[in-house]
Write a protein that binds this ligand. Structure first.
Ligand code: ADP
Ligand code: MG
Length: 726
């Protein structure tokens, strides 16, 4: 790797053109879901009685009996093999933040002949060795076995790759002793809790039709693209997903000319293939556009049931990465690949829907619907205010630390944006309470029946809020782009279930004495009063807000390490246990995994930074210094006046000295952190307090050198190249 490689890469890029997929886009409805073995396919493939039995198992969360499992497995295999599948895999989400798969072929040998077979047993349960997945201390080393279990509510799908296809079966992953080792299991448990508590409350509100409530999710996914020929010259991007060095380019995002700009042809060709692949997988992708930073983009699907949407977002991330390589790009999902320009998030649009087709966060036309909406609103306010600490942990990781609180992403302080009109309604309801109970009821009814039409226009929105009401859903904007969204959603479902339970308890307690209407009104207004402090419509980036939030007593966990510790607090463990989402052991292990994840991320960054500094930047700086020194000496020998050049040489050398010192300091800090492990939380603190500042210092000096070293010597592609050449 050398500066010559840099210029060779640039010459290659200049000659690249959009890559054709040669796939037909004429009939998208027919294409949609062709690679999914969904409910329709199952119904067609199964006998009437088997289909009924399977539906009943799915609805009641029961296990399939052997005979039924065999029939489903066989139907699935026939479907997959007819489409060229040779292998199947249980596809699961261990606590690594990505997905895992271990492929087995359908092959079995019967009487000397190879047959393609798939048993019900293999469909329903897999037994991958769990010992290499993080367990946070849950799994004793002598009990390494884990198992994956089919989640029949998530359809199996076919992944087509260059030389064949694989049947993927979405599964949950547990230890042999029954503890969850994945992100999907708590998510499934949390949706059950939400369903239970929402239906209970709706009954109290007089709804006797709704049988089932489920959370919905639409996640807008941001990402960066970089040309692969440049990517391979950046060992930092390869190892850590972000650039550890890089001086500010002459042009960054100042001109604001990228957002919603016309999409470059190579990029558009890539996006079109991504969409095609995702449609085939049944992912309803809808929106594509340029984002704010140069070479940053966004893809958004239509929302779905959360458990499916979470799987689909994992698939989106996989497909974004895989298709990119065919187009000569690398897709970067890191929260902050480049410093000085915007990072990437994943807006997590969350709501609740009923089996009757209603959205519970949709303000309605009738007073009853509006009352239901206000109750749900009060529940969300209570949930986010009471459990802001817990919600904050779900977005806490090393990558997101570069984003949260920087002036381009939501602050680390959680608050809710409701918009002016809805805030006015809440204020009016609160104000009406001081004037006697008759008046109070009147105001409540009044407030509810005159609920104004709420703005749905994107321009009315506050982009600086971490948790914004956007007409019919809440948008949790602080989730990082690289994150699996199972955890944030599991926690959202749980804390809202908790608030719904609180409301039901209050209504049940008071309805006999006060009457039902008054009991409902009182608990809602009470919650508005108590949790009003979580509402904030102003600029979340401003210093005033930080001061104001502190005054209101809202927590501000500035970095991942401070936030993660809350996951295992007494309050939060009790909450998880109360709703059977996580046991105390499971919660503690997850907290440890988050701390370990932080340590690993920083350790890899530290090592990459050191290796690039020592073996790439320092040698190029020294070569450049040598050339300058020789030139100055030669000029001086001829009797030329070189005073200014000598001064510049001294400055250059001083910077190289600082750089070597910074390398030595980072080396020492890194070794200290490596050798002083301690408890997971303490270890993470050491990385945060010792290694991170040393890396920041090293970068500062390196970025200064980049502006002085001969461009023909500089080994790393520069920001002006990676951000603008594609
Ligand atoms: P914007 O946030 O820019 O207004 P949209 O209104 O199109 O964009 O929505 C953004 C995302 O929110 C999309 O993925 C959309 O499907 C999703 N969304 C819309 N309604 C809901 C809902 N009820 N529940 C969950 N997600 C939703
Ligand atoms: Mg949005």
């Amino acid at each position: 790797m050398s500066a010559a490689a840099r210029s060779a890469a640039i010459q290659l890029i200049a000659r690249k053109s959009p890559v054709a997929t040669n796939q037909c886009t004429k009939n998208v409805p027919a294409l949609f879901g062709v690679n999914v073995f969904g409910l329709d396919q199952m119904r067609t493939a199964l006998s009437e009685s088997a289909w009924k039995a399977l539906r009943s198992c799915m609805e009641h969360g029961q296990e399939l009996d052997h005979a039924l499992a065999d029939q489903v497995a066989n139907a699935m295999k026939e479907w997959a093999v007819a489409r060229g599948a040779t292998h199947f895999t249980h596809w699961f989400q261990p606590m690594t933040g990505s997905t895992a798969e271990k492929h087995d072929s359908f092959a079995s040998v019967v009487g000397g002949k190879l047959m393609m077979e798939f048993s019900g047993k293999a469909l329903v349960k897999g037994e991958p060795d769990a010992s290499s997945f993080p367990s946070g201390g849950l799994r004793a080393t002598f009990e390494a076995r884990g198992y994956t279990a089919w989640d029949p509510t998530s359809p199996a799908f076919l992944r087509e790759t260059t030389n064949g296809s694989t049947l993927c079966i979405p599964t949950a992953f547990c230890s042999w002793t029954g503890e969850a080792l994945d992100e999907k299991t708590p998510l499934l448990r949390s949706t059950e809790a939400l369903n239970r508590e929402a239906v209970r409350l709706l009954r109290l509100l007089g709804d006797d039709k709704v049988q089932f409530v489920y959370p919905t999710l639409g996640c807008e996914q941001e990402y960066f693209l970089i040309d692969r020929d440049l990517y391979f010259l950046r060992p930092d991007l390869i190892a850590t997903g972000r650039t550890l060095f890089g001086a500010k380019p002459p042009k960054g995002q100042e001109l604001e000319d990228h957002y919603f700009g016309s999409i470059a042809p190579r990029v558009l060709a890539y996006m079109q293939e991504v969409e095609l692949e995702l449609w085939k997988l049944g992912v309803p992708v809808k929106t594509r556009h340029n984002e704010v930073a140069p070479s940053q983009y966004e893809l958004a699907p239509i929302f779905e049931r959360t458990t499916i949407a979470v799987d689909h977002n994992m698939l989106c991330m996989e497909v974004l990465k895989q298709v990119a390589t065919r187009h000569g790009f690398q897709c970067l999902l890191h929260e902050k690949p480049y410093s000085g320009i915007n990072g990437s998030g994943k807006h997590n649009n969350w709501s609740m829907a009923t089996d009757c087709g209603d959205n519970l966060l949709e303000p309605g036309r009738s007073p009853e619907q509006n009352m239901r909406f206000m109750v749900m609103l009060a529940a969300v306010m209570r949930a986010v205010d009471t459990h802001a600490d817990l919600l904050r942990t779900t977005i806490a990781h090393a990558g997101n630390d570069h984003r949260l609180g920087a002036n381009e992403a939501p602050p680390a302080i959680l608050s809710i944006y409701l918009g002016e009109q809805l805030t006015d309604v809440v204020d009016a309801l609160i104000a009406g309470t001081g004037r006697g109970s008759e008046r109070k009821r009147e105001t409540m009814r009044l407030g509810v029946s005159v609920l104004p039409p709420l703005p749905r226009d994107a321009t009315d929105r506050n982009r600086t809020s971490p948790f914004a009401f956007t007409g019919s859903k809440f948008e949790f904007r602080a989730v990082g782009s690289s994150q699996a969204c199972a955890k944030p959603n599991a926690v959202l479902n749980t804390i809202v279930a908790d608030a719904l339970a609180h409301i039901s308890n209050e209504i049940e307690k008071n309805k006999a004495a006060k009457g039902l209407q008054a009991a409902i009104n009182d608990v809602v207004v009470d919650l508005f009063k108590k949790h009003q402090r979580i509402l904030f419509n102003g600029n979340g980036y401003s210093a005033e807000w930080h001061a104001e939030a502190a005054k209101r007593g809202l927590p501000n966990f500035r970095n991942a390490v401070d936030a993660i510790g809350n996951f295992g607090s007494k309050k939060n463990v009790e909450l998880f246990e109360r709703f059977s989402v996580l046991s105390s052991k499971e919660a503690e292990s997850r907290m440890n995994i988050m701390f370990e994840g932080y340590c690993k991320a920083i350790a890899i960054e530290g090592q990459s930074a050191l290796s690039i500094a020592r073996t790439m930047i320092l040698p190029s700086a020294q070569r450049s210094q040598g050339a300058v020194a020789q030139s100055v000496a030669a000029a001086k020998a001829c009797g030329v006046d070189v005073k200014v050049q000598e001064k510049r040489l001294r400055d250059f050398s001083a910077r190289i000295e600082s750089f070597v010192l910074a390398i030595e300091d980072l080396t020492a800090q890194f070794e200290h952190a490596e050798h002083h492990a301690g408890a997971p939380g303490d270890h993470a603190k050491t990385y945060r307090d010792k290694v991170v500042p040393a890396m920041v210092k090293l970068r500062e000096v390196a970025d200064g050198l980049e502006t002085m070293v001969d461009d023909a010597e500089w080994p790393l592609p520069k920001y002006r190249e990676i951000l603008f050449l594609q």
